[in-house]
Design a protein around this ligand. Structure first.
Ligand SMILES: [Zn+2]
Length: 196
C-alpha cells in the first residue's frame, strides 16, 4: 500500500539538453514560485530521469534554468536515496577525494574519471518550501556535487584535466551531437573553467 504516488508517474518525459546548449552553461535562477508549476516541473524531471536511466537530473538539463534537482541514487553501501532539492546549496564537500567514473545524461555515451569528495551535504527546501538537508557519501556524494555543478552552469568535465580530458573531448567530437559544434577543441563555455 502506498499513500503517495510514485515520483514522475504523472510527469512528461522532456527532451534532454546536451553539452553546448546555452542553458547548461549559465547559472540557474533561484525558485521563487512554489505553486503547481514547480510540482509539475519536478514530475517531469523525475519522469525524464527515469526514462533516461539516470541517477540525478538538474532542471537546466530539460531546458529550465531554475535551481532544482532530483535524484534516485545509491551510495556505495547500496542504500537508495530518492528525493529533490529546491534552491540547493552545497554546504560541505569533504573527506578524501576519489577519482571515479562519471557520466552525464547531457553527454550521452561519455565517461571520464572525475575527482570528487567522498562526502557532501546539500541544504535547500522541498517543493512545499520546507527546509531539507541531504547528506551523502560515496557515489551519492558524487551525484550531489554533480547536480550542484549543473545549477552553476558547469558540467563534470570541468573537473577533468590532462589526458583524461583530452580523451573525453575526443569522444565528444565523435558523437553526433558533439560534432555539431564548430570547434569543440577550442576553449568553449564549458572548457574555460577550472576546478576550485
Ligand atoms: Zn549531469
Amino acid at each position: 500500500m502506498r499513500n503517495r504516488p510514485i515520483p514522475g508517474s504523472s510527469g512528461r518525459v522532456r527532451a534532454m539538453r546536451l553539452l553546448g546548449d546555452p542553458v547548461l552553461h549559465a547559472p540557474c535562477e533561484p525558485v521563487t514560485d512554489f505553486g503547481p508549476s514547480l510540482a509539475r516541473l519536478l514530475e517531469d524531471m523525475y519522469a525524464t530521469m527515469y526514462a533516461a536511466n539516470g541517477v540525478g537530473l538538474a532542471a537546466n538539463q530539460i531546458g529550465v534554468g531554475l535551481r532544482v534537482f532530483v535524484y534516485d541514487c545509491p551510495d556505495d553501501e547500496d542504500v537508495r536515496h530518492l528525493g529533490h532539492v529546491v534552491n540547493p546549496r552545497l554546504v560541505a564537500a569533504d573527506g578524501v577525494e576519489v577519482r571515479g567514473p562519471e557520466g552525464c545524461l547531457s553527454l550521452p555515451g561519455i565517461e571520464a574519471g572525475t575527482p570528487r569528495y567522498d562526502r557532501a551535504v546539500v541544504e535547500g527546501v522541498t517543493a512545499e518550501g520546507a527546509p531539507v538537508r541531504v547528506e551523502g557519501t560515496g557515489f551519492f556524494a558524487r551525484c550531489l556535487q554533480h547536480e550542484c555543478d549543473h545549477l552553476e552552469g558547469g558540467v563534470y568535465l570541468d573537473h577533468v584535466t590532462g589526458r583524461r580530458r583530452r580523451r573525453a573531448l575526443r569522444a565528444v567530437r565523435r558523437t553526433a551531437w558533439g560534432s555539431r559544434w564548430p570547434s569543440p577543441v577550442a576553449p568553449g563555455p564549458w572548457l574555460g573553467r577550472r576546478r576550485g
